[in-house]
Design a binder for this molecule. Structure first.
Ligand code: 13P
Length: 252
């Protein structure tokens, strides 16, 4: 079994063009050559090409934060997987909690996007996670199971290898409250089991499951030390070069 750690920064709707370039350049300088961990940054669409240029020649890949499930046509405001590939993206984040709970995206829509992203040759960071009320009602494992099952419907074994699942409990995102390593490990182990049931044990052992939700340099190591935590999807702390570098170094 080998699962290389994968640390990705989700910049969300932050920064301007100059700020995105500065951040990308600072990361290239500090960790652009790190080869024992996979790295990616996910800027807003409009800065993808600029950030791609700023990271070129480094080991930092670029990903988008969403995409649409059609190739082209009359879909005002949307962007296709082919366009993301054209801009130099390797990854796309799908099913992020802000897409689900702020914009209103469903499991079925997320699945449709995910199938298209894989068909378009993008590697997917597929996010799942429960709301605070769902955790308090003891429904965490049910919610995550449903999201994983519907999200991965129609994904065969060959394509599944190109998916990283990100477990991001919604109550931990941007709140400063991190899931404890035990809380995170419990859900990651469940996700691993769902993957084993669907794709077999061998493949499930190679698929990466990231944790996201208030990851910081100070808590990264103990989270990343859990047996089923294979990386981090970092929001707020990925906007400061020193913090993101600190998280990556905790994983090295
Ligand atoms: P924070 O690290 O800001 O909690 O955000 C996590 C996240 O949503 C990453 O996708």
């Amino acid at each position: 079994m080998s699962r290389k750690l994968f640390i990705a920064g989700n910049w969300k709707m932050n920064l301007n063009c100059a700020g995105a370039v500065d951040l990308a350049k600072a990361l290239v300088k500090e960790i652009g050559g790190a080869d024992s961990v996979d790295l990616a940054v996910c800027p807003p669409f409009i800065y993808l090409q600029t950030v791609k240029a700023a990271t070129s020649g480094s080991r930092i890949a670029v990903g988008a934060q969403d995409m649409f499930y059609e190739n082209d046509g009359a879909f005002t405001g949307e962007i296709s997987g082919a366009m993301l590939k054209d801009a130099g993206c390797r990854y796309v984040i799908l099913g992020h909690s802000e897409r689900r709970h702020v914009i209103g995206e469903t499991d079925e829509l997320t699945n449709r996007k995910l199938l298209k992203a894989l068909a378009d040759g993008l590697d997917v960071i597929f996010c799942v996670g429960e709301l605070l009320a769902e955790r308090q009602a003891g429904k965490t494992l049910d919610v995550v199971s449903r999201q994983v099952k519907i999200g991965l419907e129609g994904v065969d074994k060959a394509k599944a290898q190109r998916i990283t699942i990100a477990y991001e409990p919604v109550w931990a995102i941007g709140t400063g409250v991190t899931a404890t390593p035990d809380q995170a490990q419990e859900v990651h182990a469940l996700i691993r089991k769902l993957l084993a049931d669907k794709y077999g044990k061998d493949l499930s052992q190679t698929m990466r499951i990231q944790y996201g939700g208030s990851v910081k340099p100070s808590n990264a190591k103990e989270l990343l030390n859990q047996p089923d935590i294979d990386g981090a999807l970092v929001g707020g702390a990925s906007l400061k070069a020193a913090d993101f570098v600190g998280i990556v170094r905790a994983g090295l």
